[in-house]
Ligand binder design. Structure first.
Ligand code: BG6
Length: 517
């Protein structure tokens, strides 16, 4: 049964926000996972906040004949199942039919192969003289170039007074420096840089955007974010899930390419960048670009790779579907990174990411230098814990701060304490899949949260030496599923006199939610 059509009604908007300008959103990969799991829930959330214009249209393009009504029904079913999933980012006790019908009412399906002219001719007819158009490439990366080229040749990327033409490109944007440069060059033949919106979904997370607020809206933190006070920074993106149904993709990509030069570098950029003069897109992106440019090229001994092995009932990576039984693909990567600029010279940033680890945790821990111990030398105090500010990104949203206080009593004893803040204790946290802000900003033409060509290239350039090492591929060390990663990663920090922060602590662990691509 097809979804009943509803007349557009606007819902109350969040303070300070207004509906985006009218546009047609063309989604390549209409039947794919990203569309179902993230784009449609995000459109639903935007619709429920009244942030979409009544004249908006959504055209889905995919191979395979399908009636628009059947596409709508499929999307309705998947939206309901994601809403019912308690562990998911979109979980909601009650779907608002009006908000979803608003979206469903605007859906139209166009069948066609992405590498034939036929579908672009059909699109041209369907779009007619539509004004603003966003082409969203929710497809495998091998289609990025051919789709942009065909859009360009069909004249669909030509902007005019009648409206903008924008292209949203998902990751992976290239698989090394040369391929990223080549992809940039190819697409920039058909569209201007200001028309290209390269997504890194980590930047859509409120907790990531808040890093700049924590740093620059607080006199307590801003002055200490520099080499004089900071011993080192740890950036972690640990997951408990394995590669699930993405074995084929993972075999080609591996954890390092999947997470390090994109998601983890973006977090590093937010923590390390200089204050921009404003929140203007170019002001922010210029400051971040300076950081990527200042990253010292990684050397093989800065990186440790690992692969999860069978443990108890948990399968090893090599037993996963579409994975070679002797695969050398890494599911864990740790890296020591230096930002060679005035502020950060000599401060190591330790990055780690992995599948099937002890806990799901995305966070940034900024560890301050130790204070001189001399005041305590004649007291029973043996050690002082270092101050650590942790910005918790997922699944907990908040910050913690580790510091020392006096233990109550007659003797000078020092105890380590932790002060925590959770967003949910202060603000309403609405279901949010992380794509809402990105889609809305793209409609508004705000590129702040999107990656610029130069930053993509400098990020890949910084890691190229470990992707194509002169001495052959880096070793991949085994680690037990459900552990904190290979012991060689512990040794990377031990050699510097440091240790990874534990992955599991007193904070309640929530299960992983689904993967993105
Ligand atoms: C994706 C990666 O980009 O990010 C996945 O391809 C990873 O492998 C995911 O699981 C992590 O994103 P999040 O938002 O769930 O932490």
């Amino acid at each position: 049964m097809s979804t009943p059509l509803a007349t557009a009604t606007s819902s109350p908007q969040p303070a300070g926000k207004h509906p985006a300008p009218p546009c047609t959103l063309v989604i390549f990969g209409a039947a794919g996972d990203l569309t179902k799991r993230l784009l449609m829930p995000a459109l639903y959330n935007l619709s429920s906040d009244g942030l979409l214009d009544d004249k908006m249209k959504i055209i889905g393009v995919n191979h395979g004949e399908l009636e628009t009504s059947a596409w709508r029904d499929q999307l309705t079913e998947s939206l309901k199942s994601f809403a019912a999933d308690k562990a998911g980012a979109f979980h909601t006790s009650k779907l608002d039919d009006r908000a979803w019908n608003w979206v469903a009412d605007r859906l139209q399906y166009v069948a066609g192969e992405f590498e034939t002219d036929d579908v672009f001719n059909k699109l041209k007819q369907t779009l007619g003289d539509s004004g603003n158009v966003i082409f969203y490439l929710a497809v495998s990366s091998r289609f990025f170039k051919p789709i942009v080229e065909r859009l360009g040749r069909a004249g669909l990327l030509k902007e005019s007074d009648q409206g903008f033409r924008r292209v949203v490109i998902e990751k992976p944007f290239g698989h090394d420096y040369a391929s990223a440069k080549d992809l940039n060059e190819s697409i920039l033949k058909f569209a201007g840089e200001n028309q290209i919106y390269r997504i890194d979904h980590f930047l859509g997370k409120d907790t990531v955007q808040s890093i700049l607020a924590v740093r620059f809206a607080n006199a307590l933190f801003e002055p200490i974010f520099r080499r004089e006070y900071i011993d080192h920074v740890q950036i972690t993106a640990a997951e408990t899930i394995g590669v699930e149904a993405r074995g084929g993709f993972y075999e080609q990509t591996g954890a390092f390419r999947d997470m390090v030069p994109n998601h983890l570098f973006q977090l590093l950029g937010m923590v390390a960048m200089e204050p921009p003069n404003s929140f203007d897109a170019e002001a922010v992106r210029d400051k971040k670009a300076e950081i990527f440019d200042a990253i010292q090229p990684l050397k093989p001994n800065d990186v440790v790779l690992g692969q999860y092995e069978k443990s108890g009932t948990m399968a090893g990576y090599r037993e996963e579907a579409d994975v070679a039984p002797d695969s050398q693909t890494e599911t864990y990567a740790a890296a020591r990174v230096f930002v060679e600029n005035w502020r950060w010279a000599g401060v190591p940033f330790y990055l780690r990411t992995g599948k099937r680890m002890t806990a799901r945790r995305t966070e940034i821990s900024v560890q301050l230098k130790a204070v001189p111990f001399l005041l305590f030398r004649d007291t029973p105090v043996d050690t002082l814990v270092p101050n650590v500010l942790t910005l918790r990104i997922d699944p907990e949203h908040g910050t913690t701060f580790d510091f020392n206080v006096k233990v109550p009593g007659p003797v000078m004893q020092v105890g380590a304490v932790k002060s925590s803040f959770k967003y949910g204790d202060f603000f309403d946290e609405k279901p949010n899949v992380g794509y809402e802000t990105l889609l809305y900003d793209c409609m508004l033409g705000d590129e702040t949260l999107f990656q610029r060509a130069d930053s993509i290239e400098t990020s890949w350039a910084a890691v190229d030496g470990v992707l194509h090492p002169e001495g052959g591929p880096l070793p991949v060390h085994g680690y037990a599923s459900g552990s904190a990663g290979p012991k060689e990663a512990d040794e990377l920090l031990k050699a510097d006199g440091r240790a990874w922060r534990p992955l599991a602590d007193e904070h309640t662990q929530k299960p992983d939610h689904d993967d993105k691509n």
